[in-house]
Ligand binder design. Structure first.
Ligand SMILES: NC(=O)c1ccc[n+]([C@@H]2O[C@H](COP(=O)([O-])OP(=O)(O)OC[C@H]3O[C@@H](n4cnc5c(N)ncnc54)[C@H](OP(=O)(O)O)[C@@H]3O)[C@@H](O)[C@H]2O)c1
Length: 260
């Protein structure tokens, strides 16, 4: 008999930022593994396009307008979800933003916006999902960390601070919520060209530097992140919590490469 541990049939998933880049690839992967997926972000056209793609896989997927920087929007989305879904099994917090700027020039508003979306938005969605999952004594939350959770990447100080905090938040919530049957993990992606960073990476010295310092000598493709999310969401990961799973082509493992 085939291994069933990755089967998500009957599970309900919310993917914030699920309409673009890594979140979209994760939403598609979760749907392909059997989950009913709700994607949430701000742009209605991207929501509609993603839901259409999900519905080409299977029935029952939907999209909601969500701004994770706005607590009223988060509350409205969870109120809507609670009225329409019997439970929430999986939350993926993929909504994110960045700001590349010399830290000496970064304004308070820019700093606060990045922290607001990446850290506070993630926390508030974890909190809303966590209270619902606690009632059911079951759930899997997956946050999106970064290489910048671990190392300094030039001129993304607010982003790095937010992503280091997301990694620690993941461990804190895993520690607090294991007693409620809620697992909390994160994925730390390496470099995947998406709308977030394509202009910074395509044909730029920064992009070449990243490739040259990645043992696999290439960027990731968004579809290559889905398997980690399916695993962390699935019964196969029933004893995994507080983990930050790095998917980076070997970047963080690299000291001196084969061509020093
Ligand atoms: N790509 C990489 O190399 C990489 C590496 C490490 C970590 N990450 C992280 O992976 C996550 C996804 O990034 P990505 O690369 O897939 O970027 P992306 O293609 O730009 O996707 C970001 C998603 O977040 C949504 N979003 C942005 N602000 C939002 C808000 N305030 N409320 C709700 N949704 C919001 C966007 O939709 P709308 O703009 O329509 O709302 C979009 O769906 C982020 O947390 C990012 O930091 C990416």
């Amino acid at each position: 008999m085939a291994f069933q541990g990755f089967d998500l049939t009957g599970r309900v998933a919310l993917v914030t930022g699920g309409t673009s880049g890594l979140g979209r690839a994760i939403a598609i992967g979760l749907a392909q593994a059997g989950a009913k997926v709700v994607v949430g972000s701000r742009n209605p056209d991207k929501i509609q396009a993603t839901v259409e793609e999900l519905l080409s896989i299977s029935d029952g997927h939907s999209g909601l307008n969500l701004d994770v920087a706005n607590i009223a929007s988060i509350e409205a989305v969870f109120c809507n979800l609670r009225s329409e879904q019997p439970q929430l099994d999986i939350l993926v917090n993929s909504a994110g933003t960045t700001q590349k700027k010399d830290p000496l020039e970064l304004t308070l508003a820019e700093w606060e916006h990045v922290l607001r979306v990446n850290l506070t938005g993630t926390f508030l969605c974890c909190q809303a999902a966590g209270s619902w999952m606690k009632e059911k004594q079951s759930g899997s939350i997956i946050n999106i960390a970064s290489l910048a959770s671990y190392v300094g990447l030039s001129e993304v100080s607010a982003y790095g601070a937010s992503k280091a905090a997301v990694a620690q938040l993941t461990q804190s919530l895993a520690n607090d919520w294991a007693q409620f049957g809620i697992r909390v993990n994160a994925i730390a992606p390496g470099v995947f060209p998406t709308d977030l960073n394509r202009a910074l990476l395509s044909g730029t010295p920064r992009g070449e530097w990243f490739k040259n310092h990645t043992p696999m000598r290439r960027f990731g493709e968004a579809s290559e992140i889905a398997g980690a999310a399916i695993y962390l969401a699935s019964p196969a990961a029933s004893y995994t919590t507080g983990e930050v799973m790095v998917v980076d082509g070997g970047f963080l493992a690299s000291g001196v490469g084969p061509h020093p």
